[in-house]
Design a protein around this ligand. Structure first.
Ligand code: OAD
Length: 396
């Protein structure tokens, strides 16, 4: 199995990262804190074990989900073309057989076979809230950074580039600071997983704060790429009051560390920086998961992307995304892999309907939005608004 305690490189075509290393080495790493450096390595290989998944759970899934016609076609090695769905899952025979991914996962959940769901999410869950993702051609953030005059798009989140010139990030940060956007149906679906007692943990790459804002409690959430809720010096990591940092940035100033005079930045994890300690919880969580839901991510950034390969080989993985990504690009799919391609809100709504949760989610969304969206305060400057978020009810 892969380990994730190694330092990873930040690799961009045509860009030397030797500076990243030297600068990183300059920085003080507080004693006792293990850190994993985030990188932009593009994953093309799944580190799946080669051993085929063979246990009862996956077999049960096949029995539950494959219509007789599809099963027959699968046995004959032919692939079934559904006229109405873009669901795909790997077949027992190894060929790709489009099947009702959402129906299958929904049924599994309704049968009570799933109790520890890990959700892995990226920017695609927030596009319905009006926040662009990063890599969608044309609309993604990285396609729209010309005004910052940076050498390559990801430089805006590169710690060495920031060290030399923090202004592009600070200009962008004015737009990125949480407070302008509201959670959408997808966020509330994940909160509903929690309320039903099914969410083991959500691992998000997002820095928009919408998971917390919709009421997913802190102990259920790992913000793997950090957040704006706290701030610190980018050189010596001395904490800095988040609200003061925000005010300085909003006023066009660079907040300065009182200890070493380095530039202070919100604790969003940059390329070349280390992931937060909480991220290491994955070592316990992923082996415990009995369902992995992957939503709205291109799975291009390590070490996050490889997390999905650390669930047991028998655990079903559901990808909800506009396009196939990571290990879901290959054919045949891993046994037990499911995907529903298309708009995430539509897919999640369909799954909610299958589960009979749709009205409940809408009610939750309406009541929560009416209660909190207008009174939202930065989590860094308050004790939070999630007073009701630790409540769970049972699905069964
Ligand atoms: P990406 O922009 O790389 O990927 C978003 C994925 O979501 C793409 O596959 C889109 O097709 C898909 N998507 C977008 N909107 C969707 C919708 N409405 N329905 C279905 N799918 C949709 O974003 P991430 O994978 O999150 O780091 O990127 C990972 C990291 O790279 C980010 O955390 C970011 C960036 O560098 C930071 O800078 C903080």
């Amino acid at each position: 199995m892969k380990t994730y305690t190694n330092k990873l490189k930040c690799v961009f075509p045509g860009v030397t990262m030797s500076k990243a290393k030297s600068s990183r080495d300059r920085r003080i790493n507080p004693a006792g804190v293990t850190r994993v450096t985030r990188s932009s390595i593009i994953t093309t290989q799944d580190s799946q074990r080669t051993k085929p998944a063979d246990s009862g759970l996956v077999d049960d899934l096949s029995l539950m989900s494959v219509s007789e016609q599809q099963a027959l076609l699968a046995r004959e090695g032919k692939s079934y073309q559904s006229p109405s769905t873009k669901s795909v899952l790997s077949s027992a025979s190894g060929s790709s057989v489009p099947r009702e991914a959402l129906g299958t996962i929904g049924r599994l959940m309704k049968l009570g076979r799933v109790r520890n769901i890990v959700v892995v999410a990226g920017a695609g869950i927030s596009t319905a809230s009006g926040i662009p993702d990063f890599r969608t051609p044309g609309t993604g953030l990285y396609a729209n950074l010309a005004k910052y005059d940076i050498p390559y798009p990801e430089a805006i989140f590169n710690i060495d580039y920031f060290s030399d010139n923090p202004h592009p990030f600070f200009s962008l940060a004015k737009e990125l600071y949480p407070g302008h956007h509201r959670p959408n149906y997808v966020h509330y679906f994940i909160r509903m997983l929690h309320q039903k007692g099914l969410l083991l943990r959500m691992y998000t790459q997002n820095i928009d704060g919408l998971e917390k804002l919709c009421g997913i409690p802190d102990d259920k959430l790992v913000e793997a790429h950090g957040s704006f809720a706290t701030a610190a010096c980018h050189l010596c990591y001395t904490p800095y009051p988040a609200e003061e940092a925000k005010q300085a940035i909003m006023n066009g100033n660079v907040p300065i560390c009182t200890f070493c005079a380095g530039a202070v930045k919100p604790n969003v994890v940059f390329f070349g920086e280390d992931l937060p300690e909480k991220y290491f919880q994955h070592a316990e969580d992923f082996p415990k998961a009995d369902l992995l839901m992957i939503m709205g991510t291109s799975l291009k950034i390590e070490p996050f992307a490889s997390l999905i390969n650390t669930v047991k080989s028998t655990v079903p993985r559901l990808l909800l995304n506009r396009d196939a990504v990571g290990p879901f690009e290959r054919r045949p799919l891993r046994r037990g892999d499911y995907m529903e391609l298309g708009d995430l809100s539509d897919s999640v709504r369909k799954l909610a309907e299958i589960l009979g949760w749709h009205t409940e989610i809408q009610d939750l969304m309406n009541s929560h939005e009416n209660g909190v969206c207008c009174s939202y305060t930065d989590p860094s400057s308050s004790s939070g608004e999630n007073s009701d978020s630790s409540e769970t009810d049972s699905m069964h």
